[in-house]
Design a protein around this ligand. Structure first.
Ligand code: AMP
Length: 283
């Protein structure tokens, strides 16, 4: 596996495969890799001639300084994991490489309501930071396909929208959420849970599954209240939002007329750790 830390060395290396018309698959990550990330890399390897993974903890998408400071960083182990699954290229830039001093970080895209609801509401500026870094990375790597997890459903919607608006020639490939055997969605943040919190964590997905089972059978408002109460039965869980929204616009849905487009979303604090998860109610 080749590792690059500068944009110029990476783009020079990619010139040849691009000129030969080889397909490049790209998996952007913030590291602390787990099987959810590795699944994206494996999928990219199946579908492309060359796979590039980036590891960059993007400071401008953190709206909370302590969340950024505490974000797990395990670069040596990440490189081994990528090597083991034969990822071709890893890009590990420093902050100054991505954001040189004096260069302004702007993004001229109006996401409408997409970045105003749920994560957008509770993490102001988060999606602007995500969109800026993904746009930069896509212009550097110039992939044919880029792989994103449905675990971050709203992020995926934002990126699809951005690619659509800017006309970047890349196919965004959504990938299923990979879970622990007990249902907890894999996340780099899970390592920060205490043993007691980790034991409680599967109840998040259990509640989402129960919502899916009951969807269409009782009024949305009642079902939402039931799910919130169920999860917060344990006082360590503090829900930020539990929402049922449209799979594309993400706007809250008021009834079951479009159950075939509805997704349940949750964000909560379990102790100090903020977790998100979702379930498609139609699949
Ligand atoms: P992150 O490193 O958390 O920014 O995530 C990098 C990519 O991995 C994003 O596209 C995430 O949606 C995806 N991802 C993270 N966790 C999972 C998971 N449990 N299952 C599938 N994809 C995931």
């Amino acid at each position: 596996m080749k590792q690059f830390t500068t944009i110029s060395s990476l783009t020079t290396y990619l010139e040849e495969p691009i000129s030969k018309g080889l397909t490049i698959g790209f998996v952007p990550t913030m590291g602390a890799l787990h099987p959810g990330h590795l699944n994206l890399v494996k999928r990219s390897k199946l579908e492309n001639d060359l796979t590039v993974c980036s590891i960059f903890v993007n400071p401008i998408q953190f709206n909370n300084a302590s969340d950024l400071a505490q974000y797990p960083r395990t670069l040596e182990l990440d490189l081994k994991l990528l090597e083991n699954i034969r990822c071709d290229v890893v890009f590990t830039p420093e902050g100054t490489e991505m954001y040189p001093e004096g260069q302004e970080n702007t993004l001229d895209i109006d996401f409408g309501t997409l970045d105003k609801v749920m994560e957008g509401k509770f993490r102001p500026g988060h999606f602007k930071g995500v969109a800026i870094v993904v746009e930069k990375l896509l212009s550097i790597v110039k992939p044919s396909r880029a792989y994103f997890g449905k675990k971050d459903y709203q992020q995926l919607a934002i990126i699809k929208f951005m690619v659509d608006k800017t006309g970047m020639p890349v196919k965004i490939v959504p990938c299923e959420t990979i879970r622990e055997p007990d249902g907890l969605a894999m996340s780099s943040r899970n390592v920060r849970l205490t043993a007691a919190e980790r034991n409680l964590a599967p109840s998040i997905y259990q509640a989402l599954v129960a919502v899916k089972e009951q969807a269409g059978q009782q009024p949305i408002g009642i079902l939402k209240e039931w799910a919130i109460d169920k999860i917060q039965e344990n006082s360590a869980m503090k829900i930020e939002y539990f929402e049922i929204g449209d799979k594309e616009t993400l706007m809250p849905v008021e009834n079951w007329d479009h159950l075939d487009r509805s997704v349940a979303f949750i964000a909560l604090f379990l102790g100090d750790v903020r977790l998100i998860d979702n379930i498609e109610l139609f699949s």
